[in-house]
Design a protein around this ligand. Structure first.
Ligand code: GLN
Length: 494
């Protein structure tokens, strides 16, 4: 492959790569090698990957090439991508950003991993993330912070910051991610990507390391809505191994991408256009909204009355669930074990004290407290009641409008280290995204502008299982704008 072909290949998204590979413009092995070389050049600086699976990737690529020659290759066979290191991968370390799992080599594949592998996709490696997906800046990782490819002094967002940085810097064409309170949408916004968190239950959580089980959902970070549609098609669907996965048919997401928008009713929550929103972000979001109006949509103000309670409710419910989920890391069954324990209690205490980082410990303490006798009703039950009110707000709004739109984040990416000393400021990062998880709804962030050279995202939220509609709206927007094609490069030479 010539240098020029390689450069062109690294620019292509999933849909385009499928066409190039079918045309035999280049082989999957050539493409995979080009990505591995690029990762080799730029990863030290960005810290987007924690594990690069060179040999396995090249073997998968060779298998895809062979199938293509034989005429038996699946449509997306041979396309490289990356998995967030929260998904269990057979024979490959799955550390979830934690020292606790630094030595954990999974004996099985997560359902998402299995599905993508069955489609012939080539895993380049595992991406960095906040420890156990707790964070909004990718600074809580045991493997160190990830840098934002648009400006390396800034955070990429979190907790799926490694996946976001890798896609934005063209260290892979697409990556998986997870979202418990905003971890797909906020990094998508900070890195100029399309990110979708599907409806709770749409994608199997089996083999995805649990943070807060009633909120966690897997999705993708891509450079276009079309690519997101392709990958969501691959990942979605009922899985008997996950009791919360929903047994509903998966619609053909590509088939409805071009649907016209005439008559679509878009709700703008007044709480998302209030104090705290950077005026420049507001201006650009309003400009993006007028694009939808141009295509025939109608804008209407709606009210999500309880949205000011969403961060507080989340920071009771998510830590409560995390404290229960993380109790399995006891130094006995798997994961980190402290050196020379004197007795069982010492083993538990020191393994957990040394294996978990500060943010994870903070959550375990908050969660354990909220679940303890005497406080359970005051905090946990109360938070669950607020969660219901938040869900009701959305249901009320969806009687008047078809989708809800607004900024994904109140601002652009912030400097590394600027919020680490103040957990509450960090928690407020998810102010516009967190209610969507509490309500179990699907949400998508699409690039909608640049402020001082930094991307911002427009959030689109829909009714339960309206992923096809969200992808359709994002795609129509991308047909009319070019924000999603802007790229930082790593060396300015994309
Ligand atoms: N920032 C939120 C938290 O720290 C959400 C993280 C996520 O979505 N995984 O919990």
């Amino acid at each position: 492959m010539t240098n020029q072909t390689m450069k062109e290949a690294l620019k292509q998204g999933v849909a385009e790569l499928a066409r190039s590979l079918a045309r035999k413009d280049f082989s999957s092995v050539e493409l995979t090698q080009a990505y591995l070389d690029r990762i080799g050049q730029h990863n030290t600086e960005l810290n987007a990957y924690v594990t690069v699976t060179n040999e396995q990737a090249l073997a998968q690529a060779a298998a895809a090439d062979k199938a293509r020659t034989a005429g038996t290759a699946a449509t997306y066979a041979g396309i490289p991508f990356a998995h967030k290191d929260i998904f269990c991968t057979t024979g490959v370390r799955t550390a979830c950003g934690s020292r606790m799992l630094d030595n954990f080599i999974s004996p099985y594949n997560a359902t998402v991993v299995e599905k993508m592998s069955n489609a012939g996709m080539v895993m380049l490696g595992k991406t960095n993330m906040d420890e156990f997906a707790m964070g909004s800046s990718n600074e809580t990782s045991w493997y160190g912070p990830v840098r934002n490819p648009w400006n390396r002094t800034l955070v990429p967002g979190g907790s799926s910051g490694g996946s976001a940085a890798a896609v934005a810097a063209h260290l892979c064409p697409a990556a998986t991610a997870t979202d418990t309170g905003g971890s797909i949408r906020q990094p998508a916004s900070f890195c100029g990507l399309t990110g979708i968190k599907p409806t709770y239950g749409r994608v199997s959580r089996w083999g995805m390391i649990a943070f807060a089980s009633s909120l966690d959902q897997a999705g993708v970070l891509t450079r276009s809505a079309e690519d997101a549609a392709i990958l969501m098609q691959m990942m979605s669907g009922f899985d008997p191994k996950d009791s919360t996965s929903v047994d509903l048919p998966v619609p053909d997401y590509l088939a409805t991408l071009d649907q016209p928008l005439k008559g679509l009713r878009i709700g703008l929550p007044k709480q998302h256009f209030a104090a705290g929103l950077n005026p420049e972000v507001e201006k650009q979001i309003r400009a993006a909204l007028s694009e939808f109006e141009k295509q025939g949509a109608i804008l209407k103000e709606v009210s999500l009355d309880n949205s000011h309670l969403s961060v507080s409710a989340y920071y009771v419910i998510a830590p409560a669930e995390a404290s229960a989920n993380l109790s399995r890391y006891d130094g006995v069954r798997f994961g980190y074990r402290c050196d020379k324990p004197v007795d069982l209690e010492d083993l538990y205490k020191r393994s957990r004290a040394e294996g978990f980082g500060a943010e994870v410990k903070r959550r375990i303490m908050v969660g354990t407290y909220a679940l303890s006798a005497g406080y359970y009703d005051a905090y946990y039950i109360k938070a669950q009641k607020v969660r219901r009110l938040i869900k009701d707000d959305f249901e009320r709004a969806f009687k008047e409008v078809d989708v809800i739109m607004g900024p994904t984040s109140p601002h652009t990416a912030f400097p590394l280290g600027s919020k680490t000393k103040d957990p509450v400021t960090m928690y407020l990062e998810d102010i516009y995204t967190i209610a969507v998880n509490l309500a179990g709804l699907p949400g998508l962030s699409v690039p909608a502008g640049l402020i001082n050279g930094l991307p911002i995202g427009l959030q689109i939220v829909g009714r339960d299982f309206s992923e096809a509609q969200l992808l359709n709206l994002a795609h129509r927007f991308q047909q009319a704008t070019d924000w999603h094609t802007r790229t930082p490069g790593v060396d300015g030479s994309n």
